[in-house]
Design a protein around this ligand. Structure first.
Ligand code: F6P
Length: 740
């Protein structure tokens, strides 16, 4: 649109300049010719009149002179009048009706007599332009008076005005016609072919709709480009077909790594036309508005990486709470938006929650009750009746929305994510027994004794057991869950198949350790140690890193105490080692999280005050969210990464650190209370409650020989590569649909 306006503006300016140029020239010529004509006619008139008045004037026959003047004055259309001046330049006689202003104090007759020649000039009287011409009256070759002719000259100005008006009108019409023509030309000859080219390139990139040809044709200027696009498109299709065939062949080979492509092929091959529906509280894309406009932001979560390839390959639907400040502006009338925004492949349906619902469901029951209940981090859960009511209400709201979406879908696959939706599986399964419903619990499951304090434990377990498959990160959490069910409700447990049957429905309980994408294609230069951003002000030889949401389960305070103990025990490392803690604030609606944020700051400051010297501080605390692209260089700059969670379902930071270390250097210190410690056995495993153990592990990491670092890191990387996020998703789907 902007381009079209610029084009119309440019055409209008050019037409304006051209027409104005021509008009100026025409006006100039017209004015010159009309003035010349007037002057000539007036001189002739004055001469002919001069003969007629000489006699009466010289004879001083005033009444004859007056009659002659009056008679001549009526002869011409533009003639205003005539006058005779005496040798002193004083008015002698004037034709009737000549305005007084014109005849009094007139210098022109004097000038004509002085020069003894005809003399004329334009004067303005009462805003009217008049041409006054005087010619001398002679007696014996001496000028004894002057005859003066007054001609109207206004018609010259009117003619010039008419020319301007006509030309301006012409300019307007021409400007409009030229602009219209330019817009049409731009649209037909440039815009439409360019749009078709862009669409052809997009299809080449994303894959052609079924049955469409990759041949793109165009005429005129774009013909050579069209030919190139066709060739490129065909090569891409060939390459994609080859990659997809290769991925399909690899499906059966267990030793080859899982990729997004392989996951897509797996889904297409085994699930054919079945549709996937994902439900999570956090959305995969959040529309945020700031001073630069509206942007879709991807929240940092492994879940999106894992589930997108499968939902994309079947064009499924993702249901989530719309929490972005511009979310409502991005959706259609059905609260849906196609995502990813750059290349839409599936639908995100946003569910709107009121302040009361968010407070009770998300902040309250999910994060003040279930979160501390499942994480054994010694934070007491808060069970409020009103939070539980909102939790049930929101689960019901999501259930209704999902049931409406799957109404006409046969055997839908429903993947429910996390502890925000414990009641949803049973709600769905009750109305749609044909649906395959999977629930993945992304946080730990505590032992039966700990869980038994929850007042609504039976409803929660019943809700979860509505699923066909309940997934946890580790076998330990599965065992805990089975034990909890056995303790709390009447059911039949099949310990061989790990299934629980209640009211005729069986739910399978299985471990699926979530992971990260193992991306080997990063193009950044891995050999050099990346420089840290200046603003961190870190200049020491050794660097330690911690990356956690500001959550009390992450053991950040214990980690800081371990670092303090390390400096107490090994003073030689003062000014040699800095610990960088990246800690984006989280769940700030919950008081415990705000309090924890303040405690971490105070603890970092206390330790810094204790050891800081010569501009060096042992702890650099950065409370910001970093993208993957920003965090990977920091991982690679570090000598050691500290993950000291007090309780953690998996902990993906530990796995991301291994993925980032393509140089196979660096040491991971990992809490024994993370799910990741089951997969990354070559980390230095610690009990984070012991500051001594953390400090010793840190010392061991900083003094570890390179070959030892390589040996450990290589094995950790192998473990992540072998069981990456795509395999996690595939294993879950296989188990859910009884393929496994
Ligand atoms: O670990 C559970 C989890 O829900 C993750 O899936 C998520 O990345 C994290 O907690 C943060 O959750 P939120 O900010 O949505 O409360």
């Amino acid at each position: 649109m902007k381009q079209f306006l610029i084009l119309i503006g440019t055409v209008a300016v050019v037409v304006g300049l051209v027409v104005s140029g021509f008009t100026l020239r025409q006006v100039h010529q017209q004015q010159a010719s009309m003035t010349d004509d007037l002057q000539r006619r007036t001189a002739l008139l004055a001469d002919s009149f001069k003969e007629a008045v000489r006699q009466p004037y010289l004879a001083n026959a005033t009444s004859t002179l007056q009659n002659t003047l009056n008679k001549f004055a009526g002869r011409e259309r533009f003639l205003l009048g005539l006058a005779v001046y005496d040798s002193n330049g004083e008015l002698y006689a004037a034709s009737a009706g000549l305005p007084q202003d014109l005849v009094s104090d007139l210098k022109i007759p004097g000038k004509a007599m002085d020069s003894d020649l005809g003399f004329g000039d334009f004067i303005s009287v009462n805003k009217n332009k008049v041409y006054v011409y005087a010619t001398p009256l002679r007696q014996d070759k001496n000028a004894v008076g002057a005859v003066v002719v007054y001609q109207r000259a206004d018609y010259i100005n009117s003619a010039i005005r008419d020319i301007w008006q006509a030309n301006l009108m012409r300019m307007l019409v021409q400007g409009l016609l030229f602009s219209l023509a330019a817009v049409l030309i731009l649209r037909w000859i440039i815009y439409q072919p360019v749009m078709r080219m862009a669409e052809a390139i997009r299809q080449a990139r994303t894959g052609l709709p079924a049955g469409e040809s990759a041949v793109y044709t165009s005429h005129g200027f774009f013909k050579p480009i069209a030919a190139e696009i066709s060739k490129m498109s065909q090569s891409l299709i060939l390459a994609r077909t080859a990659a997809s065939e290769e991925a399909r062949l690899r499906l059966e080979k267990l030793d080859s790594p899982w990729t997004a492509e392989r996951l897509k092929e797996f889904f297409k091959a085994y699930f054919k036309d079945r549709k996937i529906f994902v439900v999570s509280n956090r959305e995969p894309y959040i529309h945020q508005e700031n001073k630069n406009g509206i942007h879709a932001v991807v929240p940092p979560s492994g879940m999106v990486t894992a589930l997108e390839p499968i939902i994309e390959s079947c064009g499924g639907l993702w249901l989530a709470h719309g929490s972005g400040n511009a979310d409502r502006q991005a959706v259609d009338s059905d609260d849906k938006v196609r995502v990813p925004p750059d290349d839409p492949k599936y639908t995100l349906k946003r569910i709107w929650l009121s302040e009361k619902e968010i407070k009770g469901h998300y902040a309250g029951f999910s994060n003040e009750a279930l979160w501390p209940l499942c994480h054994l981090a010694h934070t007491r859960p808060i069970f409020r009746k009103e939070d539980w009511a909102e939790y049930r209400k929101v689960n019901g709201k999501f259930a209704r929305a999902l049931l409406a979406e799957i109404k006409n879908v046969q055997r839908p696959i429903v993947l429910i994510q996390d502890y925000h939706f414990a009641l949803l599986p049973a709600m769905i399964k009750k109305s749609r027994p044909d649906a395959d419903v999977g629930l993945f619990w992304h946080i730990p499951w505590p032992n039966a004794e700990s869980f038994s304090i929850c007042p609504w434990r039976k409803e929660i377990l019943d809700g979860m057991l509505g699923a066909d498959l309940v997934g946890f990160h580790t076998q330990q959490y599965c065992n805990n869950f089975l034990e909890t069910v056995g303790k709390e409700i009447e059911s039949l447990a099949d310990l061989e198949r790990f299934a629980i049957t209640r009211n005729g429905h069986s739910a399978y309980i299985k471990p699926f350790p979530i992971s990260v994408a193992f991306d080997n294609s990063r193009s950044d230069n891995d050999s050099a140690k990346p420089a840290l951003p200046e603003r961190f002000g870190i200049k020491t030889k050794y660097l330690g890193i911690g990356v956690d949401r500001l959550d009390y389960t992450k053991g950040i305070l214990e980690r800081l105490r371990g670092i303090e103990f390390f400096f107490d025990m090994h003073p030689a490392y003062r000014r040699e080692f800095t610990f960088l803690q990246i800690a984006p604030p989280s769940r700030e609606a919950v008081a415990k999280y705000r309090q924890f944020n303040a405690e971490v700051t105070a603890e970092a400051e206390r330790i810094n005050r204790k050891f800081e010297t010569d501009g060096w501080k042992p702890v650099v605390l950065v409370k910001e969210q970093f993208s993957h692209e920003e965090i990977y260089p920091l991982y690679r700059a570090a000598d050691v990464c500290l993950v000291t969670s007090l309780s953690d379902g998996m902990n993906l930071v530990a796995k991301e650190f291994a993925v980032a270390r393509r140089d196979e250097a660096g040491v991971l210190v990992l809490s024994q209370f993370t799910g990741a410690s089951r997969d990354l056995k070559d980390a230095l495993i610690v009990n984070p409650y012991s500051a001594e153990e953390t400090a010793e592990a840190l010392h061991k990491a900083l003094t570890m020989p390179e070959f030892e670092q390589h040996r450990r890191m290589k094995k950790m990387r192998e473990a992540v590569k072998n069981y990456n996020i795509y395999r996690w998703a595939a294993e879950f789907l296989k188990a859910l649909t009884s393929l496994g």
